[in-house]
Design a protein around this ligand. Structure first.
Ligand code: PNS
Length: 157
């Protein structure tokens, strides 16, 4: 059983996340989408709201499970007996930090990290940019799932 963890703060989930997730479900037997809190980012949506949006996007995948975790990602991976961590890679700027985290996580428990390039049409996309565009009334359709677009509209109305 090849189980992997796809972690993130998902504030909110974007079409770029969904793209990486969808491809991970084709490579691995089970993908646990793990909602964690990134202390360096201030959140817009509550953990429950993020989970609810993630649930809508993931319920059609039979091999996806949703979870939350506190503390170190490697501890969560160990508890869930995950083979590896899956992370999306958008632009080269992501690579330096992702490599650093992958090496630290490997150093801590020996867990592997699989870095998956996002589709080019989403390479500029991030939750932070989507929130900024939505905050100023910009159109984020096609960048996030429909429910997320609606909730962003409500959050910034
Ligand atoms: O979507 P994000 O904000 O890039 O997700 C970052 C997240 C939550 C995956 C990352 O901050 C994380 O792994 N947090 C858990 C704490 C941890 O393990 N820190 C050490 C990383 S080497």
């Amino acid at each position: 059983m090849h189980r992997v963890v796809y972690p993130g703060s998902f504030d909110p989930v974007t079409n770029g996340h969904v793209d990486v997730l969808q491809r991970a479900t084709q490579l691995f037997d089970q993908v646990i989408v793990a909602l964690g809190m990134n202390p360096s980012k201030s959140g817009l949506f509550s953990p429950d709201e993020r989970l609810s949006m993630l649930r809508t996007e993931t319920e059609s995948y039979p091999n996806v499970e949703l979870a939350t975790f506190d503390g170190l990602l490697v501890d969560f991976c160990h508890q869930r007996e995950a083979l590896a961590i899956v992370k999306g890679l958008r632009v080269t700027g992501d690579f330096e930090f992702e490599l650093q985290m992958a090496q630290m996580n490997f150093r801590l428990t020996g867990v592997q990290t699989v870095l998956m390039p996002t589709s080019p049409e989403y390479s500029y996309l991030s939750s932070s940019l989507v929130k900024e565009v939505a905050a100023y009334g910009g159109d984020v359709s096609g960048l996030v799932p429909e429910e997320v677009r609606r909730r962003l509209g409500q959050a910034f109305s």
